[in-house]
Ligand binder design. Structure first.
Ligand SMILES: Cc1ncc(COP(=O)(O)O)c(C=O)c1O
Length: 384
């Protein structure tokens, strides 16, 4: 069966060029970067190259990159790292309702330790009002953590304005940029951001590796992984050398892609998908902020149809998408993100999300929309 993968916000395939640079590190170049001998030194040099590549993608200095086991660890590192380093002094954190679980869950842990967290609402397009962030700040605020892009609806937050409102107040600003890195051109120097999370497997790199950008001058964070003195004592444990080397290569390729202006292609393909859906399927609604959104993401609801049923029907045709409804998230709960947009349950349950990748073609879009149109008719005829 011909496979069409339209779920790149969940994960991406590892590019051949990425895998090629990784493989030697499982075999011949297996040295531990902390070893002094030549095998170790070779591994250390490769880590340095990868650090340069990751830093370059976001306009950071290499010394500002701390490698982690992925986006979740980076988020935990930022939140627990700030809160526990400043423990007892400043116990207030500001975030928003539609953050990833790797933000919300460490915050819950902190609440159990008597930290106070404000979860700001979003508007019907999924945007946080920067003014509300400013209004929420108190003398006890240690951290503001607001995502850059939302994985489900693609809405981009105005982190430039949010950062500028926080600046010079003795409060750190973290953004979860796991979904925007590689899909949106940006430079950390254009925002007043102190901490920024990245993940390799969202940009055609291997799973289980990521990074936290820690701006120079940021006070020392509590380390979530204590061990040897790796990562300049910021994150212990022998480095995942093959993974980091692959992540570096993926960042280099993403930057090249951005510099060649290819992000436009993602948007063209996503807009084609939207137009074809609108042309072929009545009563469809699109969610998220159409003006300020990831170029590859389209979240939509099909009144009277069931999202899970659509997902399964598409899967049977070899097409992978995801839903915002109960079962796909594995929690048994409707999507927190779509709920925060104040959509009724019936709409949430009728939604699916497409997230396109660099290899998707207009033929993929054509095939997927035709299959979707048929599935919507069947699902609407047979309500659950
Ligand atoms: C916005 C966001 N943050 C964090 C993560 C977690 O990243 P990882 O899978 O690398 O732990 C994800 C993954 O879906 C995400 O979408």
């Amino acid at each position: 069966m011909h496979k069409i993968y339209l779920d790149h916000n969940s994960t991406t395939p590892v590019l051949k060029e990425v895998l090629d640079v990784m493989l030697p590190f499982y075999k011949d170049n297996f040295g531990n970067p902390s070893s002094i001998h030549s095998d170790g030194r070779a591994a250390r040099v490769s880590l340095d190259v990868a650090r340069d590549q990751v830093a370059e993608l976001i306009g950071a200095r290499p010394s500002e990159i701390v490698f982690t086991s992925g986006g979740s660890e980076s988020n935990n590192f930022a939140i627990l790292g700030v809160a526990l380093a400043l423990n007892s002094k400043k116990r207030h954190i500001v975030t928003c309702e539609i953050e990833h679980a790797a933000i919300l869950n460490p915050l819950k842990q902190l609440e159990a330790l008597d930290f106070h967290v404000d979860y700001l609402p979003v508007d019907s397009l999924g945007r946080v009002d920067p003014k509300k962030v400013e209004d929420a700040l108190t003398e006890s605020t240690s951290l503001v953590t607001i995502q850059h892009a939302n994985s489900e609806i693609g809405t981009l937050q105005n982190i430039k304005e949010i950062g500028s409102l926080i600046k010079n107040k003795g409060i750190l600003f973290h953004t979860d940029a796991v979904q925007s890195v590689g899909k949106v051109a940006f430079n950390v120097n254009d925002f007043s951001v102190d901490l920024l999370s990245m993940s390799s497997h969202k940009i055609y790199g291997p799973k289980g590796v990521g990074a936290l950008f820690v701006k120079r001058g940021t006070p020392a964070l509590f380390s979530p992984v204590c061990g040897g003195g790796q990562e300049k004592k910021r994150r212990g444990g022998t480095e995942n050398v093959p993974g980091i080397v692959g992540f570096g290569k993926a960042c280099q390729i993403a930057l090249d892609f951005i510099n060649k202006g290819k992000l436009k292609q993602l948007k063209i393909m996503r807009d084609l998908l939207r137009d074809k859906i609108e042309g072929l399927i009545p009563n469809v609604e699109f969610y998220g902020c159409s003006k300020n959104r990831l170029p590859n993401t389209l979240s939509c609801g099909f009144d009277g149809a069931d999202g899970e049923t659509l997902l399964i029907a598409l899967d049977m045709k070899g097409i992978s998408v995801s839903t915002g409804s109960a079962c796909s998230s594995g929690t048994g709960m409707p999507s927190k993100v779509l709920s925060a947009l104040k959509l009724p349950l019936s709409k949430i349950n009728s939604s699916i999300r497409f997230s396109l990748g660099w290899a998707n073609t207009s033929e993929d879009i054509d095939f997927a929309v035709k299959a979707l149109a048929k599935a919507v008719v069947v699902s609407r005829r047979n309500p659950l």
